[in-house]
Design a protein around this ligand. Structure first.
Ligand SMILES: Cc1ncc(C[n+]2csc(CCOP(=O)(O)OP(=O)(O)O)c2C)c(N)n1
Length: 375
């Protein structure tokens, strides 16, 4: 395995010391090491991977130094546009070292949302004309690969990708964890909101633990899963899926269970929800100030005023709560309130270690929800 420190120091020996990206579970140890060791101007946890490419390009323009963008392969979709129209040799020809976690690698079992992305990970790089290598798990070999990558980028000024398989990086535990006084767990908050919903209400939940915790809640309560659309992939788009449903089914209340990382990833979508003004829409953001599902790296979620953003773009009513009592009170009140409503629930980081994963397939989930919506 490669020690995160070894990888970081090897890049530093080439003068590579600027990082931007969105964390990934396969890169958890590396992302944690970068978070702890690069200062705040040299590691930017971006809103989305496309934004990270912009940051990297800006850094290169200002310093002539090769930057790094780290991401899960799910983020490839978000970087295709900057790769084609910003860094490509046909446009500005800007070198960026891409470090891409390879979820869903063919032959390695993974969750359904990673299967397709895993199959096309290297194909997308090929089609975009990005030279790449799968990083060896052996430090001596990795050094040679990094040297080749850097020489290539220095000579051609083009991007280069290091594709990272599962278990490439050795363990490193994030030290730099911001302390706060939040006491409610995300799971408790999810259970509290889900318990207050009407029989015909629908939930669209976001990527990661939020959907997993909602799924487990239904199982434990002996309820079906047909009322919940689990957005297992497509991070940042749950609010628009919910909007699509809410506009077509005006007699149903539609709840979006969002994360801070996910809502910030495509924050502009909040403006579209607000301006379409669905009276039957409630946008709940479980804000733990972290990308908890992939290792707990910080987001800006707890430093910004999300309800104020929602209010500024036109949500009808906005709230922020951090205690269970207040949440329960508010949920009672929401029954009478016209949407679109924005509700921030501030929660502490962390999850149950024995949390399961959805046992139904995405297709089963979709079909059950569509049948439920027909009723
Ligand atoms: C486009 C894209 N980038 C990155 C990921 C990896 N990923 C999955 S869940 C997650 C964190 C979500 O954070 P947040 O929305 O704050 O919810 P939390 O896990 O904290 O509850 C990330 C980065 C992804 N699935 N898709």
């Amino acid at each position: 395995m490669i020690r995160p420190q070894f990888f970081y120091d090897t890049l530093a020996s080439y003068g590579i010391d600027f990082y931007a990206g969105v964390p990934d579970s396969l890169l958890k140890n590396l992302c944690a090491y970068i978070t702890d060791h690069a200062d705040v101007t040299h590691n930017i946890i971006a809103a989305n991977e496309g934004g990270a490419m912009g940051l990297a390009a800006g850094h290169y323009l200002a310093t002539s130094k090769i930057p790094v963008v780290y991401m899960q392969n799910s983020g490839e979709g978000n970087i295709i546009n900057p790769l084609a129209s910003l860094t490509d040799p046909d446009v500005y020809n800007i070198p960026v070292l891409l470090v891409i976690g390879w979820r869903g690698k063919p032959g390695v079992h993974d969750e359904p949302q990673h299967v397709k992305q895993g199959k096309v990970t290297t194909g997308l790089l090929n089609v975009m004309g990005i030279d790449y290598t799968v990083l060896s798990k052996d430090e001596d070999k990795a050094v040679g690969q990094i040297n080749k990558a850097v020489t290539f980028m220095q000579t051609t000024k083009q991007c280069y990708a290091l594709v990272i398989e599962k278990d490439t990086f050795d363990t490193y535990t994030l030290q730099n964890v911001e302390k706060n006084d939040l006491t409610m767990s995300r799971e408790e908050a999810i259970q509290t909101v889900a318990a207050a919903l009407g029989d015909k209400d629908v939930i669209v939940s976001t990527t990661g633990m939020i959907s997993r915790e909602l799924f487990e809640y239904r199982t434990v309560m002996n309820q079906g899963h047909e009322r919940d659309f689990l957005t297992v992939g497509s991070m940042g788009h749950a609010s628009q899926i919910a909007l699509g449903i809410a506009l077509a089914k005006t007699e149903r209340k539609v709840w979006c269970f969002d994360g801070d990382g996910a809502s910030i990833m495509h924050m502009g979508s909040m403006a579209i929800v607000a301006q379409k003004a669905p009276g039957n829409y409630v946008h709940v953001v479980f804000n733990n100030g972290a990308h908890d599902s992939v290792g707990g790296q910080p987001t800006v979620g707890l430093n910004i005023n999300l309800p104020a953003v929602a209010s500024a773009v036109g949500y009808n009513n906005v709230y922020s709560v951090e205690s269970k009592d207040r949440l329960e009170e508010l949920l009672e009140k929401l029954k009478e309130i016209e949407g679109p409503v924005f509700l921030e629930v501030k929660v502490k980081k962390g999850n149950r270690k024995d949390l399961g994963r959805p046992t139904t397939t995405p297709i089963q989930n979709k079909e059950a929800l569509m049948a439920f919506l027909k009723d």
